[in-house]
Design a protein around this ligand. Structure first.
Ligand code: AGP
Length: 610
């Protein structure tokens, strides 16, 4: 949560910072601010609200003029969104922006207050600014030593951009847990929480590791370790191009990303298939290793956890290995019964989700092997896992995850085929057959995107006045319903729950009235009759039923009010195409309700706090 940026170069710094922050707004958007060296003075502009509000404010109040500075877009943790709680924050001769949470800020605040410090905001960040100021007084003229001393005192997570009044046009940065990159251009350099922020200027960057400190000035970039010792680091090149971080003619990132799903699947699976079989060796996964795993845990949050739910069905069905799916925030505190010989799979788009990262560290501590399925290159989860499969969805900007989910599913399938082969549950011929069905998924999705846009818009029109609705399904359809329901509620703000269709009559059916639409997912031939019976039960109680069904299924017309057809593939694979109409329904409902689709209220893309 929160995005930070920094710039040192020759361009108009305020403009660079604002433009870089627009690419990070998905990380938080309840206030924004910048600090720029203007005639050797640090000038701050900040405001509650969106980045656009800051830009407007600067039109009236004037924008800081200079070539070096730092910026921030906020997702509030300590202190409500307000002008005064917005970043940057200042201490004596120092101004900072911060992404993360300082866990011991209360103790530090007391320490500083006892020394006479006065605080203006409710934030943990201001405590860091004042602490830097305190250490700077003890180390005058020595910014690097000041940072080294300060971070020794901090507990929690942080990525900081720091400017010192005495060192005009120099930007410092340091990180622990929270992500931070340092971009390197020609005669200019950048800091940013994520790669898309700098893509329009450069593709070359350093990845700052735990407690590393960067210094950016007119001579370029220097990086130091936590003791202030200079380091040589590898310069990386981003393989995302700028278009990936632009809307490219679509009204929202979410709909653009929905349309990118066929190519995201292709880019993710094609390099992992050789001779028609899954080949995960470059991810350090071979059949020998797979054979040894006793049980599997899939641990993740939100949409990524829902991908794990589908993965559980697929892995258990094909490989006959027991799979437990856990919400990361529960897993880490429930003393899970895992040990050496178990595999813990962590799924994460951002690779920075605090609970998922902590769950992975716990799994490692308990002796399990860890496999990360991650989209963001070089992220913490990616770097710390024993085995790693990158999903190649490219940058996902919309807060509501779509293409990242689809590629997580694709990887779950590929992994399940490989595991089933390793365990001797399927032979090579069957494995090749399954792999080739997976390769057909992009074209199925393309068909849906050609034929179902209007239909799903029509369905969304029926939902816009609903206050609450239910998603129901059985088996894989239930696993998919969870994601459909989350997608709808996070961007439309309509309350919705997913329910195992067979469980309804044990209580939840009492909620059904004519005002409670039900979205029923029926794509599994073996469960069709059972699901249709449950649909009829809710229909008989007045519910408006929207049926998402495989296109060859014959369902009585009086069992539903609207139907969305999903092109047929084998039952096991149906969650992949069927996810698309659910995403579209959520998208259009949000658009029709006039919501901010890409930046839903209260949410942030990357949840780096507990
Ligand atoms: C998805 O639409 C969500 N906004 C959210 O549930 C997300 O999937 C979750 O926070 C996990 O994020 P991660 O994949 O980056 O770990």
């Amino acid at each position: 949560m929160c995005g930070i940026v920094g710039y040192v170069g020759y361009r108009d710094c305020s403009e660079v910072l604002v433009s870089a922050l627009t690419k990070l707004e998905y990380r938080g958007y309840d206030s924004a601010g910048i600090a720029v060296f203007d005639n050797n003075e640090i000038k701050v502009a900040k405001s509650k609200g969106r980045l656009a509000d800051l830009v407007e404010k600067m039109k009236t109040d004037g924008k800081p003029e200079g070539v070096a500075g730092i910026g921030h877009t906020r997702w509030a943790t300590h202190g409500e969104p307000s002008d005064v709680n917005s970043h940057p924050h200042s201490g004596a001769k120092v101004t900072i922006v911060h992404n993360g949470i300082i866990e011991n800020y209360k103790e530090l605040k007391k320490f500083l207050t006892d020394k006479g410090a006065k605080f203006l905001s409710d934030t943990d960040t201001e405590v860091v600014a004042k602490l830097l100021g305190y250490y700077y007084k003890l180390n005058p003229g020595k910014p690097l030593d000041t940072i080294v001393e300060t971070i020794k005192e901090l507990e929690g997570s942080f990525a900081l951009g720091v400017v010192f009044q005495d060192f005009p046009d120099v930007v410092y940065a340091v990180r622990r847990e929270s992500p931070l990159i340092v971009g390197v251009g020609k005669n200019e350099s950048f800091i940013a929480s994520d790669v898309p922020a700098i893509l329009q200027y450069t593709k070359d960057y350093y990845l700052l590791e735990h407690d590393e400190i960067a210094k950016l000035d007119c001579n370029g970039v220097e990086i130091f370790d936590e003791h202030g010792k200079k380091l040589e680091k590898e310069l990386l090149t981003a393989d995302w191009d700028m278009d990936a971080a632009e809307k490219g003619g679509y009204p929202h990132f979410m709909i653009k990303e929905i349309h990118e799903q066929p190519s995201s699947i292709k880019t993710t699976i094609t390099p992992r298939i050789s001779n028609g079989l899954p080949d995960l060796k470059e991810c350090s996964i071979d059949l020998e290793k797979l054979r040894k795993f006793k049980q599997i845990f899939i641990v993740a949050c939100g949409t990524a956890m829902h991908a794990g739910m589908v993965g559980k069905y697929v892995i258990e069905k094909l490989a006959r290995v027991s799979v437990t799916v856990d919400i990361a925030s529960e897993f880490r505190y429930r003393e899970p019964l895992i040990s050496k010989g178990d595999l813990v799979i962590i799924i994460s788009q951002s690779g920075e989700t605090a609970d998922s990262l902590a769950a992975m560290r716990l799994a490692k501590k308990l002796g399990a092997s860890t496999l990360a399925i991650v989209n963001a290159k070089g992220s913490s989860i990616a770097r710390e896992a024993d085995m790693l499969i990158y999903t190649h969805a490219g940058p996902e900007i919309a807060v509501a995850s779509t293409k990242a989910y689809i590629v997580q599913l694709a990887v779950m399938y590929l992994f399940a085929f490989d595991l089933a082969l390793a365990k001797g549950m399927i032979d090579e011929a069957e494995c090749k057959r399954l792999t080739s069905i997976l390769q057909d998924m992009p074209s199925l999705i393309e068909t849906i995107l050609e034929t179902e846009l209007e239909n799903t818009q029509y369905v969304s029109n029926q939902l816009i006045t609903a206050e609450s609705l239910l998603y129901i399904g059985r088996g894989l359809d239930y696993a998919l319903s969870m994601e459909g329901s989350l997608k709808l509620k996070e961007i439309s703000y309509i309350h919705s729950e997913s329910y195992a269709a067979g469980e309804l009559k044990h209580g939840t059916i009492s909620l059904i009235t004519k005002d409670m639409p039900v979205i029923a997912v029926a794509t599994q031939s073996a469960l069709l009759d059972k699901t249709v019976s449950n649909i009829k039960e809710v229909k008989a109680r007045g519910a408006k039923v929207i049926l998402i069904a495989r296109d060859d299924f014959n369902v009585d017309e009086d069992a539903y009010d609207y139907i969305v057809r999903v092109p047929k593939t084998e039952d096991l694979f149906m969650p992949i195409p069927a996810a698309v109409p659910l995403q579209l329904i959520a998208y259009y409902t949000s658009v029709l309700r006039g919501n901010d689709v890409d930046k839903p209220r209260n949410l942030a893309k990357s949840v780096t706090v507990e």
